[in-house]
Design a protein around this ligand. Structure first.
Ligand code: ADP
Ligand code: MG
Length: 442
């Protein structure tokens, strides 16, 4: 038995899988897959249709058998299990949420959810099974639908039944194969929220397969697949948007010197915030952003336009996304406006006090910071914010002082927190592209 870290729940080693091996239709669906997933992780496999995502899920769920390699679940290779052991693993080890829901049409919602419990063969009474199924339906907010048949439900409701069923045997691993594929954006959002809750509150290991970039928002790691292989693993950095917005705004300006700063911001934000959306949607969003930055439309109208269906001239985003983007945009506009006033003031009188502006920017910088800041740290922070506004220190120096220890007259923040705050201030103050590139290569 190979030894692995106790925290790793799933591991694949040199896994190869062919469909129709030796026949003319032979397909090499998984090619030398090596990966490890820790207990309690929320990961996604992301890639175009046909790249092997479903095959990979089915392999780790014990539904497909690879011809080569090992699939270790809690350190045990499931490619060598007996039929009975494999059946038990599939029933209690892993819960599967299917894209097509796969509910049984001839029985009620309640029985669909209770069904996996009867496979256990542990003599659980029908009453107990129904109680357990009812509890799950309640958790998913669909208890009222218990006596209906699947065909009497909307897609969103069916998917919630599918999730309840996947949870029935309390499996530690939940795999979801394109669980949003057939849902409208509101229901898709609900499913994502629920997966996140299962991961964060219940500590389940979640493995999602998707080909839509926007649905990766809560994942801690993303495995990119192409042609049966994992080509890259990415740990999304939060809040990546601020960092990338700062960088790409300046890159856009480099590429398109004719753009005004508002146009460059609109362009870069549009592409960043709507990753995975169609070009038409991004273009329309960029147009509204530019109008908002140029103050040609009010914040309310901006939000309404984002929310409005695409066919009616809007961008057609979901409500929560609209709220987040509007808040973000207004924040940047407010900070930038304040700064412009101060820059004017400083140009006229380089020695005027900017304490008010420093106070505001400090509050804004710290509004998502979870740690505590004492008085000395605050004073030092104020000092460097002031210096940054007066362009006395560079973005890189600002970052350095933030993470420098207090004994060395720094602010003493963690490297990560320093990074975040520096990136945040970069979005409104900007960085010299050469400086930014130098930081990237460090
Ligand atoms: P994805 O889920 O990323 O769309 P799949 O895992 O379904 O990809 O498919 C990977 C490759 O294996 C594709 O070329 C597909 O046509 C092929 N394939 C999938 N399932 C089968 C099967 N049951 N029999 C034969 N070929 C299959
Ligand atoms: Mg698939």
């Amino acid at each position: 038995m190979p030894t692995i870290s106790s925290a790793s729940i799933i591991q694949m080693k040199s896994v190869d899988l062919w469909y129709d091996k030796g026949k003319p239709a032979e397909t090499w669906a998984l090619r030398n897959i090596n990966m490890e997933i820790k207990k309690g992780e929320y990961v996604a496999f992301f890639g175009p249709s046909g790249c092997g995502k479903t095959t990979l899920l089915y392999t780790l769920a014990g539904i497909e058998q690879p011809q080569q390699g090992e699939v270790l679940i809690n350190g045990k290779d499931i490619t060598h299990l007996s039929k009975r052991e494999l059946a038990i693993y599939r029933q209690v080890g892993v819960g599967i949420v299917f894209q097509q829901f796969n509910l049984i049409p001839s029985i009620t919602v309640l029985d669909n959810v209770a069904l996996p419990l009867s496979f256990l063969g542990m003599g659980i009474s029908l009453k107990r099974r129904h109680e357990e199924a009812t509890r799950l339906l309640e958790r998913l907010g669909i208890k009222d639908l218990a006596e209906r048949h699947p065909y009497e439900l909307s897609g969103g409701q069916q998917q919630r039944v599918g999730i309840a069923r996947a949870l029935a045997n309390n499996p530690p691993i939940i795999v979801a194969d394109e669980p949003l594929g057939n849902l409208d954006s509101e229901n898709a959002n609900k499913v994502l929220e629920f997966l996140k809750e299962l991961n964060e509150k219940d500590g389940r290991t979640i493995i999602m397969v998707t080909h839509e970039a926007w649905s990766l928002r809560d994942c801690k790691r993303v495995f990119y697949m192409r042609d049966g292989s994992i080509i890259k693993v990415e740990i999304p950095k939060a809040p990546a948007e601020t960092a990338k917005a700062a960088l790409s705004t300046y890159l856009y300006k480099e590429l398109h010197p004719e753009l005004s700063s508002n146009e460059a911001i609109a362009k870069s934000l549009a592409h960043l915030l709507l990753r995975g959306y169609s070009i038409e949607e991004v273009k329309r969003f960029e147009f509204f952003l530019k109008q908002r930055f140029n103050n040609q439309i009010e914040s309310d109208l901006f939000a309404t336009l984002l929310d409005k269906p695409f066919k009616d001239g809007g961008v057609g985003l979901w409500r929560t996304k609209v709220e987040k983007i509007t808040k973000w945009t207004e924040d940047i506009i407010k900070q930038k406006k304040g700064l412009e006033a101060v820059e004017k003031e400083l140009a006229a009188n380089p020695f005027s006090s900017i304490q008010e502006e420093v106070d505001r920017i400090r509050a804004w910088l710290l509004n998502e910071y979870k740690g505590k800041i004492n008085d000395i740290q605050r004073l030092r922070l104020d000092e460097i914010i002031g210096e940054r506004i007066r362009k006395i220190i560079s973005s890189a120096d600002f970052r350095k002082v933030l993470s420098l220890s207090k004994s060395k007259f720094g602010v003493g923040l963690s490297y990560r927190a320093a990074q975040r705050l520096a990136e945040k201030i970069d979005t409104i103050l900007g960085v010299d592209p050469s400086e930014k590139l130098a930081q990237e290569t460090i």
